[in-house]
Design a protein around this ligand. Sequence first.
Ligand code: ADP
Ligand code: MG
Length: 256
Amino acid sequence: MGAALEIRNLHASIEDKPILRGVNLTVKQGEVHALMGPNGSGKSTLANVLLGHPAYQVTAGQIIFDGVDLLELDADERSRAGLFLAFQYPVAIPGVTLANFLRQAINSRMKATDPNSKGISIPEFRRLLKAKMDFLQIDHSFAGRYLNEGFSGGEKKRAEILQMAALEPKISILDETDSGLDIDALRIVAEGVTKLLGPNLGVLVITHYQRILNYIKPEFVHIMFEGQIVENGGPDLALRLEESGYDWIREKYGTA
Ligand code: ADP
Ligand code: MG
């Protein structure tokens, strides 16, 4: 049995304003899900709650990851347990190269599992990094860049995918809504995710844009509206969104 991320009847607020109003969603290792929905529906709120962002209060419900109560874990522990949140490291870190950052992340995971671990050796890390970059067709010089410093939108995405490849998470959450995503950046994410897919990786791509579905083929598509997942389907649902947008969702579920 692979790991699963199970979100059960999740309610969450920000500044006492309820945003999530009973979200149910299960993502298993080996599955690709897309969470879509109009702007303001609560997608990023869900991502932030999964990350453990302190501004959001969970007022009801549960999140179980690989059999563990996720809400009891801090952000680092969530990552070590095998949950990857792509927007976890959005800031530039002066003086830290992408390679350094990845090595530290791998070391901290190894030490969490085994307190006596000396971490990954430099030659071993170099081999791993090279293999991952070759696999993803990322230029080797990229690992020497300072993390996110002067990165274009596409380069940030490439760095995210490389982090994901190096950390080998069980479940990855990618929130693709903000940061001025151009079509190149979307393509990089989609191609990277597609390459990394396999029985050991589950992915939840959160996006407003139907067009990412031209590049990534989720088996499961969910539509969030006003803090709830109102529609669950397969590729057919993605096609419907591509053709008709979200107006039919507003008509069907809108309260205003
Ligand atoms: P989405 O990612 O689907 O566009 P968000 O989760 O960003 O939606 O936003 C959901 C709702 O939460 C919106 O109504 C938004 O105005 C509100 N919201 C988000 N962040 C904050 C905040 N920091 N303070 C108050 N309201 C917020
Ligand atoms: Mg958002």
